[in-house]
Design a protein around this ligand. Sequence first.
Ligand code: NAP
Ligand code: G4F
Length: 327
Amino acid sequence: MTRAFITGVTGQDGYYLSKLLLEKGYEVFGLVRGQNNPKIEFLQTELPEVKILTGDLMDTSSLIRALNASEPDEFYNLGAISFVAYSWENASLTTDVTAKGVLNALEATRIYAGDDISKVKFYQASSSEMFGKVQQVPQTESTLLWPRSPYGVAKVFGHYMTINYRESYGMHASSGVLFNHESPMRGPEFVTRKISLAVARIALGIQDTLSLGNLDAQRDWGFAGDYVDAMWRMLQQPEGGDYVISTGQTHSVRDYLEVAFEHVGIADWKKHVFQDPAFLRPAEVDLLVGDATKARSTLGWAPKVEFADLVRMMVDADLQRQRALLG
Ligand code: NAP
Ligand code: G4F
């Protein structure tokens, strides 16, 4: 049985990746932080086969202990402070977890592997946010990085540290430069889920308005279920590498609103949506669109879910949850 160890197992991607690996017959171990993390209950209900280990990316010894306990063949480092807006207010904490946490994870892996560095393959969750003020459209593995947020800067550190461990120690370490990917499991702080939740509640008459920031920002949005498959494929390659994972299509926040409201039969959505400067960012990433040619040719990976279907999937899931709450 192949064994996988996942940090960030309580997050969106942790859920889909665990599900995928369990379906493939893996034994899955997940790191959970905190002494009474409320997300454990959800994980134990939805994916009871996942074996929970406690620890924190800021505590290297906890990572070494977790690796010794799980003895993984594959290590997926998904844990991070991942909300960009939060990272300006909490830049130091974001750096400790999202940047230094990667070094801790790599170093724990090196110590765990001892003389046999080939015994574990490592995946780092890098991000299109690293492209920031984009220097090339579309963005590829070799596009110059120009991060625009403390989160983006932290991810650049983790990205280069992963490459450095590959080059310095011969570690099978891969960095997935993933563009935005969403699902019904997305946290409600992110714009897609914030909208799908509000649209469901507006359609059911529970809520009337929705406050947002920049409606013109453009993102290359894909489905999280498709993207975790790319992570797994990277670790099945003979050597580690860096891969852009994206759909190649970009849409604005406005486009997302259009499709979401249309799906519930509301044509005049503008009367429900207001712009609130509180949701504007000190520096914005205006346009992200990726070129996943390398992933297509080397990994045989391609996204399956299209933008409009993704939006409808998210609105339908929130309608179902809100109806269940109404009883
Ligand atoms: P997410 O839902 O925000 O999940 C983040 C996970 O990190 C949670 O399980 C969280 O645990 C954990 N975490 C936070 N601080 C930690 C710490 N100090 N030690 C250990 N774990 C900690 O994020 P996601 O959307 O699944 O994304 C997964 C990874 O991919 C992240 O690294 C993210 O930055 C990166 N990424 C995401 C996207 C995207 O569009 N989703 C795109 C590119 C890259 P709690 O549940 O306890 O908070
Ligand atoms: O949904 P968002 O918060 O995602 P963002 O900042 O692109 O970050 C996500 O994707 C990254 C990959 O590029 C990941 F690395 C990162 O961990 C995270 O998963 O915001 C998307 C866009 C932004 O331009 C933002 O300014 O939507 C705009 N937006 C407009 N109004 C809003 C809002 N974003 C949020 N969260 N809330 C709003 O009210």
